[in-house]
Write a protein that binds this ligand. Structure first.
Ligand SMILES: C[S@@+](CC[C@H](N)C(=O)[O-])C[C@H]1O[C@@H](n2cnc3c(N)ncnc32)[C@H](O)[C@@H]1O
Length: 268
């Protein structure tokens, strides 16, 4: 019997809490911990089309330099990154699986959890990445007991600072990735007449001390179809007219800048 998330114990095909509530494991191996009363829509989180576009784009390797850079930051942590990490808003699991691989190099018994509010994303993630424990839940109410995590990764996903403080143990690490000023500038230029640069946000989280902060910028050279997948995986897709999508799809080549801000903090 193993425990996941830490307050729940696994009994073959379901998790049970101390109060004997049980949560069935789906056949793909994930557990749904999002109570109906905390859902603000029928299918919260990213829609299946966004998820499918993100998976196609990530599978093509366009964000691999970013994934490698994140994993290098985690590998370089001293003291070592610890045993139990959570990926908040994990989507279809691209970074979560890399995190599990990275941590297992340091500690074979490492446990990596992925959670997202979108059931369709968690289902796809769990189907592909069996080494990660996935659940459907909201970052507003993390299904983890106090101080039970050594690390939290948050890549373009919303979070609740009070929940980060509650669930990370003292000395634990928070890693965030957010868009830098010129991120996807040329994609935005297809949609907006006056492109605004992303405002660098003062992302300080009370109770956390900054450890490291770096930018990663590199150019993407995409086909028009890959450009469409990139657009569809972002919220810019809601602003794109059918003509923009058609024009992009017909391009033989679409060049676009990336600009990622990677930050690490330590829980005080
Ligand atoms: C931009 S995507 C990033 C996905 C993944 N981290 C990646 O970079 O591939 C943001 C993710 O956050 C999820 N999300 C949005 N609101 C959430 C919430 N309240 N709790 C958990 N996940 C949430 C969405 O469903 C989506 O999968």
């Amino acid at each position: 019997m193993s425990a996941l998330p830490p307050a729940l114990a696994l009994h073959s095909t379901c998790y049970r809490c101390a109060g004997q509530h049980s949560f069935d494991l789906a056949k793909e191996g994930y557990v749904n911990l999002l109570p109906v009363q905390f859902k603000h829509s029928k299918d919260p989180g990213d829609a299946p089309m966004m998820m499918a576009a993100r998976r196609a784009f990530l599978d093509a390797g366009h964000y691999q330099p970013q994934r490698d850079s994140i994993m290098a930051s985690i590998a370089a942590l001293t003291p070592e990154p610890g045993l139990r990490w959570l990926d908040i808003g994990c989507g279809e699991g691209y970074y979560t699986a890399a995190l599990a691989k990275e941590l297992s190099c340091h500690q074979p018994q490492a446990e990596v959890y992925g959670m997202d509010i979108a059931k369709n994303a968690v289902r796809s993630a769990a189907k592909r990445y069996r080494q990660v424990r996935f659940c459907v839940a909201s970052s507003q109410r993390l299904p983890f007991v106090d101080a039970s995590l050594d690390g939290i990764m948050r890549i373009y996903a919303p979070s609740n600072p009070a929940e980060l403080r509650r669930t990370l143990r003292p000395g634990g690490v928070l890693l965030t990735v957010t868009p830098g000023p010129r991120h996807l500038y040329q994609l935005k230029a297809l949609i907006y007449r006056d492109v605004q640069l992303h405002e660098p946000k003062e992302d300080a989280v009370a109770g956390f001390a900054p450890l490291q902060d770096h930018s990663l910028c590199y150019p993407l050279r995409l086909t028009g179809e890959e450009g469409v997948a990139l657009l569809r995986m972002t919220p810019f897709a809601w602003r794109a007219t059918p003509q923009v999508l058609e024009r992009l799809a017909a391009m033989a080549q679409f060049d676009c800048e990336t600009d990622f801000t990677v930050r690490l903090w330590r829980r005080a």
